[in-house]
Design a protein around this ligand. Structure first.
Ligand SMILES: Nc1ncnc2c1ncn2[C@@H]1O[C@H](COP(=O)(O)OP(=O)(O)O)[C@@H](O)[C@H]1O
Ligand SMILES: [Mg+2]
Length: 344
């Protein structure tokens, strides 16, 4: 069954269309990531699903039920906010079961759910502490605990890891994913971090300016980006997208062979698919290199366009060095420069 469905949903604030005609659906048990740059409408979408804001138009369904006009409490979803929103004067235990108390869940049931969540999240020894006595990661787990004890089949999370350092973030993202799968819940998870999206999601909805840019599995967004925006948003460093003319002008037609017809064609090649060759390929000049340990990023110039190569190991190339770049025909992506859309 579909867990969350939006049909032509818009949210207008004055003159801003925070969400513009969004239609999507996610199945039960999926981890859906809403991805996109700041201000693209991710939080708005989540708040509309939770019922914290109401849609200007369109319809929202949760588990087959039309919830468009229902208040948050009647929607049976839990939500974890970016700020955690913990009560500073309450202990960890009290914070976790606060919502259950409000809903008059009996004390014995509250205790049982608290124990289960605390064990699962490694918080059992911290239940008497106040939030100020916890690290960022521990506070984050308390916020998660609160969502878990609610035992709702749908959980919404708005950038829950953005306050954590990189290592803890990587750890927590694995924990959240494991938890979501163990509990079999549907999760809608907001982030601007494409790595988070790629590593956690079953389904990614990439947004831009209130509109859905692409909706698909992480691999689909990486392997077959529908637009230049998706191509450059997903993957690090971003895909090289340069005018096909620039390649031709650089003195080699080879890397363009079999290109679709069209006058304003852009060629996309991921840095990890570019390699250096002795002959053939595209002549380029090195502008900078960055050694990352496992790989080296080689920034080059092809005519007036920049082109990045991500090469395995350590590559010593001085700025100004002449190189030749090549790629497999199958790793090319074509886009229309005007519409930004993928061309087959
Ligand atoms: N309460 C509000 N009043 C007016 N504008 C808002 C409000 N909430 C969000 N917006 C605007 O809607 C757009 C989308 O915001 P938001 O959904 O918070 O983006 P994101 O979460 O992707 O960063 C932004 O332009 C933002 O300024
Ligand atoms: Mg937001």
């Amino acid at each position: 069954m579909s867990a969350i469905t939006l049909r032509e949903v818009s949210k207008v604030w004055g003159t801003v269309r925070a969400l513009d005609d969004a239609t999507f659906t996610t199945r039960e048990g999926q981890l859906l990531v809403l991805l996109g740059p700041s201000g693209c409408g991710k939080s708005t979408t989540l708040r509309l699903i939770a019922g914290l804001d109401s849609a200007s138009s369109g319809q929202i369904e949760i588990l087959g039920r039309d919830v468009t006009n229902l208040p948050p409490a009647a929607r049976n979803v839990s939500m974890v906010f970016q700020s955690y929103a913990l009560f500073p004067h309450l202990s960890v235990a009290e914070n976790i079961i606060f919502g259950l108390k409000v809903r008059h869940v009996p004390a014995s049931e509250r205790a049982a759910r608290l124990k289960r969540a605390a064990d699962m999240l490694g918080l059992a020894a911290l239940l008497d502490r106040k939030p100020s006595q916890l690290s960022g990661g521990q506070q984050q787990r308390v916020a998660l605990g609160r969502a878990i004890v609610a035992q709702t089949p749908v959980c919404l999370m708005d950038e829950p890891l953005s306050n954590l350092d990189a290592q803890l973030r990587a750890e927590m993202r694995r924990e959240i994913r494991a938890l979501q799968q163990r509990l079999g819940i549907t999760m809608a998870y907001v982030t601007h971090d494409q790595v988070e999206a790629m590593t956690m999601a079953d389904q990614v909805i990439l947004m831009k300016d209130g509109r859905i840019e692409q909706d698909g599995a992480p691999a689909a967004l990486y392997e077959r980006p529908a637009t230049i925006f998706t191509a450059r948003f997903v993957g690090t460093p971003p895909m090289n997208v340069i005018p096909a003319d620039a390649i031709a002008a650089a003195g080699s037609a080879d890397p363009l062979q079999g290109a679709p017809a069209g006058s304003s064609l852009m060629l996309g090649v991921r840095p990890e698919h570019v390699r250096l060759v002795e002959s053939g390929g595209v002549p380029a000049s090195v502008t900078a290199t960055e050694y990352l340990g496992a790989d080296t990023l080689v920034q080059t110039r092809v005519g007036s366009s920049e082109m990045m190569a991500r090469l395995p190991g350590r590559i010593d190339l001085a700025p100004g060095a002449a190189v030749r770049l090549d790629w497999q025909p199958g790793s090319r992506h074509w886009f229309d420069a005007v519409s930004g859309l993928r061309v087959e």
